[in-house]
Design a protein around this ligand. Structure first.
Ligand SMILES: [Zn+2]
Length: 496
């Protein structure tokens, strides 16, 4: 286990090495529907407080919920994308608890009959591939939000915004198969990528569309039995997930090493203090008095529905990565970079389709284009260079009409101005010099101007050859064909 700089008890690293962590993640994702799970209220983020509410999502007496069909379709799509088996029949239950932001007094959630079970996700961490089991995927609705700060009288009052009440969520529960914070990070990354590819959720962690809780325990390496677990909540960024897990693992090892016992409880990641803190003793399922929601029909999913959803499934990230390697002959690394999002993968394929060589396209996109997009804080969807325009440039570079160095300059101008490559090359006189007599003329001038280096070359100092190449390239503003420069210089130097 790596040492960390966070606020953690100091434990000898040999003690850390004797233990291994057992981690399971519970991930909540908000479904990308226009309306809520059981009513027609808008799910739009950022609306005026309490403007998107109605008797159903406020839990007023007599209001009757009706399941949003699109929410179910998205949940089914997510289930199939993570290899889950859809249950022919599932059922919503009421999970009863009191909280000010829960006006119904219960959350509607699938409990003993979840929508889907037994999935798996392949992850890669530390160069090793592992398959992580997924216990279940179920649907539920969200609670509102308590606002404890940001108002002039926040020291005395808390405010409540019910807009989020009844927003459709899926919860994806993994098996306790993860062993390190790195694996947990890789799992959440892979899951997020799938939810984005399938357009099930926008996975915006800042807006709370993707949330993660972790069940963590430690045990001596080689032990079969799991240790007592703590649930760590509020891991709402990838960074928090890593930090909180590292901290919690060290904390639990510290407790055990000092002869104590880990308490089953819910802990909260305190971002400011960089540590997990007890929130409440862990509640058990029976505390919630679950019972089937009498207002909602059970959900039955036919084979026909499953087949229809499977047919419309987009190509998933793992399949796309494999296809990019076999179809375009690019490296696993480049395939990983280019399939990071569907939009980027589509861009790459459009560049190739427009005539660029796949390997050139892969390297230019993953290096030049992504760097410029990153510097400009732009998404690929806002890329000022159209795929066909990039393809035109790459064909010119590959044909030797311009050098790779000039190509980069041209690309920078294309990115900044939106102009096409041919126009920029003509305007800036960047066409590659392949005229050997022109290069030879420059080579002779350079040699004549540098008699000292010529003498060194003659006395056997091969190193000065690079100096001459550099001078010729400089005189030709990097536009001379490098191979021609080498050949011509060798010949002219031998004659000199
Ligand atoms: Zn409503």
């Amino acid at each position: 286990m790596s040492r960390t700089a966070h606020n953690v008890p100091t434990i000898a690293s040999d003690a850390m090495d004797r233990y291994e962590a057992v981690i399971g993640l519970e991930v909540h994702a908000q479904l990308l529907t226009k309306t809520k799970a059981f009513c027609g209220c808008s799910t739009k983020f950022g609306a005026a407080p309490n403007s998107n509410t109605c008797p159903v999502c406020l839990g007023l007496p007599g209001a009757l919920p009706v399941l949003n069909k699109h929410a179910l379709e998205l949940a089914l799509r997510a289930s199939l994308a993570i290899g889950c088996e859809i249950q022919p029949r599932s059922r919503f239950a009421r999970k009863n608890y009191f909280y000010p932001d829960l006006p119904k007094g219960y959350q509607i959630s699938m409990y003993e009959m979840p929508l889907a079970t037994m999935g798996a996700l392949e992850i890669e961490a530390g160069g090793a591939k592992r398959t992580i089991g997924i216990t279940r995927l179920h649907m539920e609705d969200d609670a509102g939000k308590s606002l404890h700060e940001g108002f002039p009288d926040s020291d005395r009052w808390s405010y409540i915004d019910f807009n989020r009440c009844g927003t459709p969520l899926i919860e994806i529960v993994s098996e306790p198969d993860l062993r390190t914070p790195e694996e947990a990070y890789a799992y959440l990354t892979a899951l997020k990528q799938i939810l984005l590819y399938t357009e099930v959720s926008d996975c915006n962690m800042e807006e709370g569309s993707l949330r993660c809780d972790a069940n963590v325990s430690v045990r001596l390496r080689g032990a079969e039995k799991f240790g007592t677990k703590a649930e760590v909540k509020n891991l709402n960024s990838f960074r928090y997930l890593s930090h909180a897990l590292e901290h919690e693992i060290e904390r639990q090892v510290g407790v055990l090493e000092s002869g104590g016992a880990v308490v089953q409880e819910t802990r909260l990641w305190n971002v400011a203090a960089q540590r997990t803190e007890p929130m409440r003793s862990k509640e058990f399922a029976h505390d919630y008095r679950y019972f089937p929601d009498p207002d909602l029909l059970s959900v039955t999913v036919s084979e026909t529905t499953i087949a229809a959803i499977q047919r419309e499934m987009p190509e998933l990230p793992a399949a796309k990565r494999a296809r990019f390697q076999s179809e375009y002959g690019i490296t696993p690394y480049d395939a990983g970079v280019l399939t990071a999002t569907r939009a980027l993968a589509d861009y790459f394929e459009a560049v190739v389709k427009a005539g660029a060589a796949a390997k050139s396209a892969a390297s230019w996109i993953s290096v030049e284009l992504l760097r410029r997009l990153n510097d400009a804080a732009k998404d690929i969807s806002e890329c000022p260079v159209a795929p066909v325009a990039l393809a035109e440039l790459l064909v010119k570079v590959d044909k030797g009409e311009i050098t790779a160095a000039s190509g980069k300059k041209v690309f920078a101008t294309m990115f900044d101005t939106g102009k096409r490559a041919a126009e920029i090359i003509a305007a800036e006189g960047l066409a590659q010099i392949t005229d050997t007599s022109a290069i030879e003329k420059v080579a002779r001038e350079v040699i004549a101007k540098n008699p000292d280096n010529l003498a060194k070359y003659r006395s056997g100092n091969e190193g000065v050859f690079k100096f001459f190449v550099g001078q010729v390239m400089r005189e030709t503003r990097g536009q001379a064909n490098p191979q021609a420069v080498n050949e011509i210089l060798k010949r002219v130097l031998a004659e000199s």
